[in-house]
Design a protein around this ligand. Sequence first.
Ligand SMILES: *Cc1c(COP(=O)(O)O)cnc(C)c1O
Length: 386
Amino acid sequence: MTAWDFTAELQALEDQQLTRVRRVVEQVDGPHVVIDGKPLLAFCSNDYLGLAQHPGLIETARQAAERWGVGSGASPLVSGYSTAHEALEQELARFVGLPRALYFYAGYSTNAGVVPALVGRGDAVFSDALNHACLIDGARLSRAEIHAYAHGDVLALERLLAASTARRKLVITDAVFSMDGAIAPLPEILALCERFDALLMIDDAHGFGVLGPQGRGTAAHFGITSPRLLYMATLGKAAGVHGAFVAGQAQLVEWVLQRARSYIFATAAPALEAETLRTALQVIARDDWRRGQLQSLIAQLREGLAGLPWPLLASATPVQPLIVGDNQAALDLMAALRERGLWVPAIRPPTVPQGTARLRISLSAAHAAADVQRLVDALRELAQTR
Ligand SMILES: *Cc1c(COP(=O)(O)O)cnc(C)c1O
């Protein structure tokens, strides 16, 4: 079994402080969790609007489980597609203002399936250097030529597009970068796509529900729309449930349905999730106060952490990264916060570039101003004793 002994590989991870461990959550009440019997105030979750435990969503899920059961039983292309799935797709398309939507069971598999459905050998993918792993994996699976451009560098993208002779050109980018909180310059990127006959696919996992009027996402935030836009977002973050979708021109979405292997060869999301998401969409559109609360917490945090030895990246979204640099230093800071009852995840390479290990503070409308104050006070105190 020597070929299958991973002692050295696991030890190498350990030596670089790159071993990952899962914490076992015993109880959860919004940002208040219990781990190892100890209460912690968490700044980890992507439940930005605080909907994961919304009573209305829970009630919908309960009723939907009674009506549909808990499993969908098959791929959507066999018998896993119900009136709940169909209604959700129509509502998602309307919500983001595009002709048609396709509801997937998860975001990772959406990107891993959609990119290879759109491009293949002889085509080209243009990918922001900080894109989420699943966009990168989708690009690799497609066998198209991959051109990574420096993060947010529209001029570099323009040069690459101008030089390309590929038949089909697909630009892929996170709309809000998951580990930075920065918003991609979508209007400029879309203008390039118009000029070079490219398609723009955006991953709005962190903008959907949070940005734009009524939380309609980052494209709505910029007021852009185009037949060249393929919009993708996940439904396990601000929407509080689980799953993902793509939306765009009807024919484009039909092609994805015909070709995305992760859609065709996988069991559909349970109808109860689709029904719960329909309720979530109503709450997202209606509850402007949740986005207002988030904005006020973001401002409070940024003001409170100004001038600390660890720089906070420029971010107007609930993802607020505090750059520590060294892997062990980031882990130590995380541990020191934990001793004070605060849970903020340290993010290390390869999730982020080498030398930029960070605490990824994520805020939620479920946090109170007093919660953010606790975090600010703890970090200021730790900065002094450093
Ligand atoms: C979380 C995330 C995904 C994956 O979505 P899941 O539904 O969790 O599989 C995809 N893209 C980005 C940018 C994400 O942050």
